[in-house]
Ligand binder design. Structure first.
Ligand SMILES: C[S@@+](CC[C@H](N)C(=O)[O-])C[C@H]1O[C@@H](n2cnc3c(N)ncnc32)[C@H](O)[C@@H]1O
Length: 414
């Protein structure tokens, strides 16, 4: 029996009602494979690789597209490996690309970015290079998780709300995995766990499932600071950053370092000569502290109060001239700038933020995207504001999952 067949044996309990034998054409944004049934209708199938031939059972079908699940991998891709994680086998939706050989993941992700730029931004010739990847396992230092009814740390099953408890998490840093394994949060709705790969500090905070109910916490080692204002410190590119529980931080220290290097490469000489730099969606100040020369003035724009507090603390220690503006980027009214770095959340910039950033008239804008379709949509919005995409670099900050980070250089026309 082929490796892929073995990995999926028993995945479908009932006798399939509608079975098709399909060839997977490509993987698309969101991580699923795309195939076509004999009528030409698109079928999305999770857990597959381009070129594979698979028997698929339809789980839902509409006129334009259907969704299927694998019954059997008939011809596995040479890039297929057996998923090693026990939680994945029980339905955890955290790492949906464990069936892809680690060495092949980034190239596939870059293909997804190219396809998004071709389809959504109508840029068929867009240049997308592959940058680096973080370690395949043990890289995550932050996790926002659900809990099961016993209070155990859990991730959700895809397309349902059902929590799947984690005994261990293979992508978690060992100091984080220890918390995943031992801690219980009975009565919590969501839990944020974070460790510092630099100092070993750990923090945990949670929200209640029902207002007024107590959360019963057990199994949390004594060193773990609790509450939304508990902080950890990371040292990225030689700069110390304070990160409190509520503030965003990259998936880990390696991810922060790789992203900083990639943004610096993509910005290139624009960083060196800049007098005024905008760090939009600046978080705790990752880019402002590590890569903007101290000769420049930085305006960091950020919506979260906790992240702004951390950013003020971090920028005071690292820079002489800066301003932290607590505002949504959409409502912020900019002055002229020489360089904009923008790193929005998953939904991307959207039209108002694209217009606000374009109003800086900066000659160079570096956009960091964590959703290929939102990134491609933003490329179109920025084009309408006079910014042309020059090139993009795909990097892998989330190995074992379909998630991809893209860093793009946009230049102002004229
Ligand atoms: C992907 S994170 C990037 C943070 C930072 N650049 C880093 O790498 O650590 C996005 C940040 O944007 C903030 N944010 C989300 N929507 C925003 C908005 N509309 N306006 C301003 N900030 C926003 C979030 O609080 C978060 O800190």
């Amino acid at each position: 029996m082929a490796e892929g067949s073995r990995a999926y044996a028993g995945a479908v309990a009932s006798v399939p009602e509608h079975l098709e034998h399909l060839r997977i054409e490509q993987v698309v944004a969101g991580g699923d494979g795309l195939a076509r049934d004999p009528s030409g209708r698109v079928v999305f199938v999770p857990g597959v690789l381009p070129g594979e031939r698979v028997d698929v059972r339809f789980v839902s079908a509409k006129r334009d597209f259907a969704r299927g699940e694998i019954v059997r991998v008939v011809e596995p891709s040479p890039d297929r490996v057996a998923a090693p994680c026990d939680a994945r086998a029980r339905g955890c939706g955290g790492c949906d690309w464990q069936h892809v050989a680690p060495a092949s993941q980034l190239a596939l992700k870059a293909d997804v970015v190219r396809e998004a730029l071709r389809r959504t931004a109508r840029l068929p010739e867009a240049q997308v290079d592959t940058g680096g990847s973080v370690s395949s396992w043990g890289y995550r230092t932050s996790m926002r998780v659900a809990v099961d009814r016993h209070g155990a740390v859990a991730l959700r099953r895809p397309r349902t709300n059902e929590p799947v408890a984690l005994e261990h998490c293979l992508v978690a840093h060992p100091a984080l995995d220890e918390l995943v394994h031992s801690a219980r949060f009975v009565g919590a709705d969501e839990v944020s766990l974070r460790v510092s790969a630099t100092t070993g500090e750990r923090s945990a905070w949670w929200t209640r499932a029902h207002p007024g109910d107590e959360v019963m916490v057990s199994g949390l080692p004594d060193d773990v600071a609790t509450g939304s204002d508990a902080v950890v410190h990371e040292r990225v590119a030689g700069r110390e950053l304070r990160v409190s529980g509520e503030s965003f931080f990259q998936s880990g220290l390696e991810a922060a370092e790789l992203l900083v290097r990639t943004v610096a490469d993509v910005a290139g000489a624009a960083l060196i000569g800049a007098a005024e730099v905008v760090d939009a969606y600046g978080g705790v100040g990752l880019f402002s502290t590590t890569l903007v020369p101290d000769t420049a003035h930085v305006t960091l724009v950020e919506g979260s109060a906790a992240a702004c507090d951390d950013a003020r603390h971090n920028l005071r220690a690292a820079r002489s001239r800066h301003e932290v503006v607590r505002s949504s980027v959409e409502r912020w009214r900019p002055d002229r700038a020489d360089l904009v770095i923008a790193d929005p959340s998953r939904q991307g910039l959207g039209p108002e933020a694209a217009r606000a950033l374009a109003a800086t008239e900066a000659p160079v804008l570096v956009l960091v995207g964590c959703d290929p379709v939102a990134y491609a949509r933003d490329a179109g919005l920025l084009a309408a504001c006079g910014y042309r995409l020059v090139h993009s670099v795909a990097i892998d900050l989330f190995p074992q999952s379909h998630h991809v980070e893209v860093v793009g250089r946009f230049e102002r026309d004229g």
